[in-house]
Design a protein around this ligand. Structure first.
Ligand code: SF4
Length: 146
């Protein structure tokens, strides 16, 4: 297995352009770090590929590439409530051209809030207590006596 793994790494390295095996200069490193600073958005972090522009016109609430920061949950809840108000207003005013767009954004906001709630519940530790070995052992002994 180790031999196969080493052969795999050697093949990968052979296919990689040799110019990639060099030290970065300071400007390149700074540019790389700055790129990640530019990924920070109000609701969290944008997960699009390195050196690619936003193809979604910064509609982050709708975007599957947004990784929502749990600390921004109140902001997302506020956006969700605002969208509900806008949806109601659009219905009342007969702005039918707005409805589909608001509903799409609302569904995306709801889905992100739900995902945050599920992620938070997975992080909850449920105490099951410690097994009492002596009590179980005693009960087993009693069962054997009967
Ligand atoms: S819309 Fe998507 S790709 Fe564009 S900045 Fe927001 S999260 Fe990134």
């Amino acid at each position: 297995m180790i031999t196969h793994h080493r052969a795999f790494i050697a093949r990968r390295r052979a296919k990689r352009p040799s110019e990639e095996y060099r030290e970065l200069d300071a400007a390149e490193w700074e540019e790389f770090l700055a790129h990640f600073e530019l990924r920070k958005v109000a609701l969290g972090v944008c997960g699009r590929d390195y050196w690619t522009p936003c193809a979604h016109e910064n509609a982050c609430v709708r975007c599957p590439l947004l990784r929502v920061d749990p600390a921004q949950k109140p902001r997302l809840e506020e956006i969700h409530a605002n969208l509900l108000d806008r949806l109601q207003e659009a219905r009342e005013q007969g702005w039918l051209g707005e409805l589909a767009a608001i509903e799409t954004t609302l569904a995306a906001a709801r889905q992100k809030l739900q995902a945050m709630a599920e992620a938070a519940s997975h992080g909850t530790i449920v105490s099951l207590g410690m097994p009492d070995v002596r009590r179980n052992a005693g009960r087993n002994s009693a069962e054997h006596k009967d």
